[in-house]
Ligand binder design. Structure first.
Ligand code: SF4
Length: 188
């Protein structure tokens, strides 16, 4: 099984796509956008290496426990780890979970890569949000999406176009445990 280099993971969130989801942030993105929400996840370095198959029981348990609707891949840049994420996306789809991917690449760029791992990841992706976050183009209309340059592609029928306009809000979650404080969603 391929490995993933993780930044962090949340097994339950309602701020990274429709419904209750697990969210997986991968480590490393070469774009270095100045307004990136996750600058600590930009550096391409070894962080937390996990065998993809180790996720399966974790996500299966979370699905049961939290009644998850799907998983979301973000970063960092998910496309840099397309091989592992394609396997994970396939497993999720085969177990009734939807898959959302946020990437800094444009959808057209992904197609033009003609990379088998990227194409496989797209095959198991229900909703793709493309392009980098640009602060000047801050998006007040759509849920979960940072800037108006970012496009949403519905690659399957799982979600209907327009779902990203249902709430007109960006939500933020704070998760406090005895060992850590995690924030996700929209921190502004
Ligand atoms: S593409 Fe996204 S994750 Fe990568 S640096 Fe830009 S905003 Fe951050």
């Amino acid at each position: 099984m391929p490995y993933l280099n993780l930044a962090t993971i949340r097994l339950y969130t309602e701020s990274e796509g429709p419904g209750k989801r697990a969210a997986i942030w991968v480590q490393g993105c070469q774009r270095r956008c100045p307004d990136c929400c996750n600058p600590a996840m930009q550096e391409i370095r070894k962080n937390k290496i996990v065998d993809v198959s180790d996720f399966w029981p974790l996500i299966a348990d979370a699905k049961e426990k939290y009644q998850l609707e799907g998983v979301t891949f973000l970063g960092g840049e998910p496309i840099l780890q397309a091989e592992g994420l394609a396997d994970l996306a396939e497993w999720c789809r085969n177990h009734g979970l939807s898959v959302i991917v946020f990437t800094g690449y444009l959808y057209q760029e992904l197609l033009e890569m003609n990379n088998p791992h990227v194409l496989r990841l797209l095959k198991y992706t229900d909703m793709l949000v493309d392009g980098p976050y640009i602060k000047e183009l801050y998006d007040r209309e759509r849920d979960w999406i940072g800037s108006s340059n970012q496009q949403v592609f519905f690659l399957t029928d799982y979600y209907k176009p327009g779902i990203e306009y249902e709430h007109h809000t960006h939500s933020m979650e704070i998760n406090i445990t005895d060992r850590s404080l995690q924030m996700n969603g929209w921190p502004f």
